[in-house]
Write a protein that binds this ligand. Structure first.
Ligand SMILES: CCCCCC/C=C/CC(=O)SCCNC(=O)CCNC(=O)[C@H](O)C(C)(C)COP(=O)(O)OP(=O)(O)OC[C@H]1O[C@@H](n2cnc3c(N)ncnc32)[C@H](O)[C@@H]1OP(=O)(O)O
Length: 729
């Protein structure tokens, strides 16, 4: 081993393309320089091939190191290039990796940051792999609707076996350096300066034969069990994929790794081409970029409300009011991000329960450190010094107004006051304070410490600084923040209204709750509307309807026709369940029944009988309803509401709606989100015609009335991207 201290650090930079070539005596270092993530754009690929050829030609060079400049080893192909001319320009990634694999001089990949996708495939094509302790590696292509198409499905199983390769590739998980070492995916973890260590290591292996270091020449260790392993994995993968085709296609490619390398590579190429040309790959890539694009927020209400100009306040301490499920989840998120929290709850029992949950949820390792950031109190005056308060009390306007009045009088004047309302009017809440500019909606989703969406609501008077602070807080605590305007239900819950309403109408016409849930789950949702309702608690919607005067605890308000409210068609089946105390999982019964201690939703003859009697009483004739009709009747009105939302400027861009649904409502990612699905998968014209046709059949279902914007876009042939601002997509 060469002593690193004796190295002469006189690097000669020969040419500065996107793969910089430097020599350290007999070692060449090729450093990929394509910020921010060193993805393999055409120029990087060309730079690497040029560098490798040059190193081969130079007799003084005996080994080659490849690494990334700046924050990371290459994080894969440049996804923005997909479908463009430069993606197809030679050299492609396969030829870069072939040049690495077949290099007669040993090639060492030195990994820091994240070696992902094509980046990790490059490392696997190298003869040696080093990593710093904080590095992570993985093949996350499945999340982009494709497979690791540069040999990943062939080389990875040759190191870790088919079973582990299936696990890694179909989940796209990132593996930490230490685990990669134990799996044999890296040869050494190096401390200290990676460049020095890599050069030193490269010198130490100079002259050694590379043949037995080539993963492509190895055989798969558990080859004889491949059929068994695939059979065992298939069921779970299909269930988890919920209609996405990439995971099982990855498995097919991995299966081919037991064949000779060239044959397996050919199979990988064919399957990659199949995925690349599917409708799901662009949808998933759109989802990937949209998740990042929503960080560039703005709102048509006010040009100052723009990420470029608005500056957030610094938030070091946050008050949380209410230690119910939401308040506790929010508190955990804040503590995990290292923020100081004052949790206020006026009910002692509830406060104690909340503290226990927080303690249990925070990981053992950091629990005491995180808990030291938490103060709990029953006294509002403890909030006098916090930078921001998030109110998470029961969803009642009267109560929220009371809380905000108190907060306004107690907190320091510059403190921001946020409400975790899921749909109440932010302006009415702000109006009880003397600082409406500092009042904002921060709508978290349950469980708040897990769900990634944060819907931030801009009230009439909310300042740009306040909204910037809410968006920044979201980033700090690892949420995907979406900026939306103020209207009943905001974006997410407003669109959910038509979906749930149509779902219940389908019960009147002949479907059972399990028929509707099955169709929606086959579409790709984790849960259909009825299972979801039982999980969230049916009383939430019921209380909301009572508050709006649509029903009462005893039944329809006096002198109301049973199936109409305020001139609109109304189905009281959900109210009837609540009146029987069937509030969902928490009471052991809702749309389904639940065995004690179990969350499995079991069809309930009692509910089926209730629906049958209801149909008879109101003259509904049961008919068979196809899955296609269920999906269209539930999802097209939801999408239609999205068009109303865009038309009213409640969401600035259709991608804000898509991200809301992908991260807050379990909309299947492989379809891109409701608006993307409507435009790119189904087609706007077809959505419009279906809505028109259903509306002709059900003229009093007002949600089926197509939005004027949808009509206009179909008439003019305009695209959703053209409506938005600032989009790079
Ligand atoms: C016929 C066969 C041909 C062979 C084809 C070979 C195929 C290879 C398959 C692939 O390699 S696909 C790509 C696989 N890699 C990934 O999926 C990684 C995706 N990126 C990430 O997971 C994260 O970005 C990160 C690398 C972990 C970094 O996370 P971080 O939170 O630090 O930063 P971000 O905000 O996510 O990203 C910063 C910035 O970079 C853009 N970006 C990230 N990855 C890519 C990429 N692979 N291609 C293009 N652009 C990428 C991201 O959009 C951000 O951009 P912004 O403008 O700042 O929003």
């Amino acid at each position: 081993m060469v002593n690193t201290m004796t190295l002469t650090w006189e690097a000669t930079r020969e040419f500065a393309v996107m793969a910089e070539y430097s020599t350290y005596g007999s070692v060449v270092v090729l450093q990929v320089n394509n910020p921010p993530v060193n993805s393999f754009s055409y120029h990087v690929r060309q730079g690497l091939v040029d560098g490798l050829e040059k190193a081969q030609r130079d007799p003084a060079i005996r080994s080659i190191v490849i690494m990334g400049k700046g924050r990371t080893f290459p994080a894969g192909a440049d996804v923005r290039e997909f479908g463009t001319a430069s993606a197809g320009m030679m050299p492609d990634l396969l030829s870069v990796l072939a040049a690495v694999d077949t290099s007669p001089k040993p090639v060492v990949s030195a990994i820091h940051g994240t070696a992902l996708g094509g980046g990790f495939e490059l490392a696997l094509a190298s003869h040696y792999r080093l990593a710093v302790p904080s590095a992570r590696v993985g093949l996350p292509e499945v999340h982009l609707g494709i497979l690791p198409g540069a040999g990943g499905t062939q080389r990875l199983p040759r190191v870790v076996g088919v079973k582990t390769a299936i696990q890694m590739i179909t989940t796209g998980q990132h593996i930490k350096a230490q685990q990669a070492l134990s799996l044999g995916l890296v040869d050494k973890i190096v401390q200290g300066d990676l460049l020095k260590e890599a050069v030193s290591f490269a010198r130490s292996i100079e002259g050694r034969p590379v043949e037995d270091r080539r993963i492509s020449q190895k055989t798969v260790p558990d080859a004889e069990k491949v059929g068994e392993v695939v059979d065992a994995a298939r069921k779970t993968i299909i269930r988890r994929a919920r209609g996405a085709i990439a995971p099982m296609t990855c498995v097919q490619a991995i299966q081919a790794s037991v064949l000779p390398f060239d044959v397996g590579m050919q199979r990988e190429r064919e399957l990659m081409a199949f995925l690349m040309t599917s409708w799901q790959a662009p949808a998933q890539q759109y989802a990937f970029f949209s998740e990042r694009e929503v960080r560039r927020w703005s709102h048509p209400r006010d040009k100052r409300v723009n990420f470029k100009t608005a500056k957030p306040r610094v938030i070091k301490s946050v008050g949380v009011v209410g230690a119910g499920t939401m308040g506790v989840g929010i508190t955990i998120s804040l503590l995990q991000a290292g923020l100081k929290v004052v949790l206020l709850e006026v009910n002692k029992k509830q406060l104690d329960r909340g503290i226990t949950t927080i303690q249990k949820t925070l990981s053992q390792k950091s629990a005491s450190q995180r808990m030291s950031l938490l103060t709990t109190t029953m006294d509002y005056s403890a909030l006098s010094d916090v930078d921001m308060v998030i109110e998470a009390v029961f969803e009642s306007m009267r109560l929220k107004k009371e809380v905000f009045k108190k907060l306004d009088s107690i907190t320091k004047p510059q403190a921001i006051l946020a409400s975790n309302t899921s749909g109440l009017d932010i302006d009415k809440i702000a109006a009880v304070t003397k600082r409406p500019d500092k009042v904002v909606g921060t709508h978290f989703f349950a469980p708040a410490n897990i769900m990634r969406l944060l819907e931030n609501i801009l009230g009439k008077h909310t300042s740009a600084e306040t909204i910037a602070t809410a968006m920044q807080l979201g980033t700090t605590i690892g949420k995907v923040g979406v900026l939306v305007g103020n209207c009943p239900g905001f974006v997410g819950n407003r669109m959910l209204g038509p979906y749930v309403t149509e779902a219940v109408f389908l019960l009147e016409e002949g479907a059972d709750p399990q028929d509707v849930d099955k169709a929606i789950e086959e579409f790709g949702f984790a849960m259909g509307p009825f299972r979801m309702g039982d999980l969230s608690g049916l009383d939430i919607g019921w209380r909301g309807r009572i508050e709006k005067g649509l029903t009462t605890e005893q039944g329809p308000p006096p002198a109301t026709p049973p199936l109409y409210r305020r001139g609109n068609r109304y189905c009281p089946l959900a109210d009837m369940l609540c009146m029987q105390g069937r509030l969902g999982q928490k009471t052991g019964a809702g749309w389904y029944r639940y065995e004690p201690g179990s969350r499995a939703a079991l069809p309930d003859p009692v509910v089926q009988q209730m629906i049958r009697e209801y149909r008879q009483e109101h003259g509904f004739k049961k008919r068979t309803i196809s899955s296609q009709e269920i999906v269209e009747r539930c999802l097209y009105p939801l999408i239609n509401e999205g068009f109303h939302i865009l038309d009213e400027g409640i969401a600035a861009r259709s991608m804000d709606i898509d991200v809301t649904y992908l991260f807050g409502y379990g909309w299947p990612r492989h379809t891109g989100g409701p608006m993307y699905y409507a435009e790119k998968v189904v087609g706007l014209e077809k959505i419009l015609r279906s809505l028109e046709s259903y509306q002709a059949q059900y003229p009093d279902h007002h949600y089926l009335q197509p939005s004027p914007l949808l009509r206009d876009m179909v008439a003019k042939g305009t695209s959703l991207a053209a409506l938005g601002t600032d989009s790079k997509l």
